[in-house]
Design a protein around this ligand. Structure first.
Ligand code: ASP
Length: 324
């Protein structure tokens, strides 16, 4: 009897502690790790939502760029971080592809994280330096096939979205280009603008201004339909490259064991950020859109990650491109 009372008292006090914790959360700044360099497309998305989430949470959400190893370095940092609700990861489709691309990842993708929600899905554009010869996508394909051994393809490392897109492009054209990895496509874009590299496939969140300004050339998009932003650009699929149809979905994760109260609070803040008109406008200007509230949830992100690992696994295994 006495024992039962003690157990009940302990349980009650733990519940109260949990409730107090939940009420106080967040009581200090939150770090949002972006697994790519500053100035790139993932960084752009993170900074947009972090600012609005800060307003909703009443605490700063600070973006920290931890680039390297195609995004797996930053993801590993968060997997190993304290599960206290004060460290999160904003990653993209690479979270799913790296689970197969790396056979010795430092973390077990499906068991190392809690989920906050989906953020946005961004189309990619196949681009090249400004003075690249081909004038349309058909000519681009011929030119790349004929000059594969001398052309360079920039990417953000194995596991990056630019890597996936480049891999599918090289496969479709049977053209093994020389790939040049960067810590993110922010720095890769600097080299594309400077003409030090020839081709890059990257999100509209990093390429829109340059395409509009004529400082790089664009040939095709990976979305199922043409984009309102660039109606003259064909989809890769309509040009015969059916395998190149995908969006770069982004999600927010927390280390495994992060209290549900925290992930749910973060999810609510994410939904508030995504409902903000300024965020929607900024995203629209960059060729994308916020996910609706029902997708900015832990369950939706978990389901997306699981289905995307299953989608890309056989494709990557057939391509035989592994990082290790
Ligand atoms: N767009 C990059 C990628 O290829 C990453 C980045 O710099 O945001 O995954």
């Amino acid at each position: 009897m006495a024992y039962t009372k003690i157990v009940a008292a302990v349980a009650a006090s733990l519940t109260m502690a949990g409730a107090a914790w939940a009420q106080d959360y967040p009581s200090r700044q939150i770090t949002m790790v972006v697994p790519f360099a500053a100035g790139g497309p993932t960084d752009t998305v993170a900074r947009l939502v972090a600012e609005k989430m800060s307003g909703d949470l009443g605490q700063q959400v600070i973006v920290e760029n931890v680039g390297g190893a195609g995004g797996t370095l930053g993801a590993g940092r968060v997997a190993a971080a304290e599960a206290d609700g004060y460290t999160v990861l904003l990653h993209h489709i690479g979270m799913a592809t790296s689970a197969t691309l790396y056979r010795n990842l430092a973390y077990d993708t499906l068991n190392a994280f809690e989920y906050v929600g989906l953020v946005t899905e961004v189309p990619m554009v196949i681009t090249a330096r400004k003075d690249f010869e081909p004038t349309d996508f058909a000519a681009f394909q011929e030119y790349v096939k004929a000059n594969a051994d001398t052309l360079t393809l920039a990417n953000a490392g194995i596991g990056a979205a630019s890597h996936l897109c480049g891999m599918l492009l090289m496969q479709a054209l049977d053209a093994p280009l020389v790939t040049v990895p960067y810590k993110g496509t922010g720095p890769a874009m600097t080299d594309l603008l400077g003409g030090q590299t020839d081709i890059m496939c990257d999100q509209t969140t990093n390429t829109t201004q340059q395409i509009k300004g004529g400082t790089i050339k664009a040939y095709a998009v990976t979305s199922p339909e043409r984009l309102d932003l660039f109606p003259d650009l064909p989809t890769a699929a309509e040009s015969g490259l059916e395998a190149m149809q995908f969006g770069i979905w982004h999600g927010i994760y927390a280390p495994k064991g992060t209290p549900t109260e925290a992930t749910e609070r973060l999810s609510t803040a994410l939904q508030t950020a995504l409902a903000d008109e300024g965020v929607a406008k900024a995203m629209a200007d960059l060729g994308t859109a916020p996910e609706p509230a029902e997708n900015a949830t832990p369950a939706a992100l978990k389901a997306k990650l699981e289905s995307e690992i299953a989608r890309w696994k056989p494709i990557i295994e057939a391509a035989g491109v592994f990082a290790d």
